[in-house]
Design a protein around this ligand. Sequence first.
Ligand SMILES: [Zn+2]
Length: 256
Amino acid sequence: MFATVKTIEEMLNELAPVETAESYDNVGALVGRRDEDVTKILVALDCTWDVVKEAEQLGAELIVSHHPLLFHARKNLLEEDAEGRILCEMVRNNLSLVAAHTNLDQTEYSGSAACARLLGLRNLRKETNYLFLGELETPMQAATLEKKISQTIAFPVRCYGDGNLTITTLAIAGGADDGDWLAAKALGAQALLTGEVRHHNALAASMSDFVLFDGGHFGTEAPLVPFLANYLQNRLNELQYNVRVFPSQCAPFGSV
Ligand SMILES: [Zn+2]
């Protein structure tokens, strides 16, 4: 059975309903045609130029990305900026795009949940829309946990606060969510792993016996890609669609 872009859009909508996305967000089908047949899907954190090229090489008809294109309204579609070039290239090559962003962040397929799974957190729970908490298998000092997180997400991690503090409960809010540290502390966590830590939050947290781990926006959200690709592949297999799903292998920011 052949799937279309609409099939995948609906599948993602079952997992992460679009109406749960933030009002400022832009999710669902964004580029291409809903009635286009899909045999190969590329799942990526961002729909970058490299990801579009990767999709073309694979022969994929659809990209599923976490961060949307067209997040900000455009008034032209000229190939004079990065997004314009990407959009024109996609249209020329019949590539469609479906995005699941803040709606996905609230599910067990978020970057936060993916990091928590990779770190082996126990008793994982979603405490607020974007904040997940769990207990470490073995309590450890913040400095040791910093290294463990870095090895786990394969990205540099910065630890703000007392490296000797013992962490038992870790909160995770992948992406840009350092403002949640107070909520995380109130919920009993000793540390929060997020992707973008501003100085005033780092300072306030460290003066409150709380540790902030900055794993980078990409580092704390990219782990969702293989989990989401796997979810889509399993669901498509279950429904007997003849579609293959690939997690993107592109390095962030075009680096190696
Ligand atoms: Zn993000």
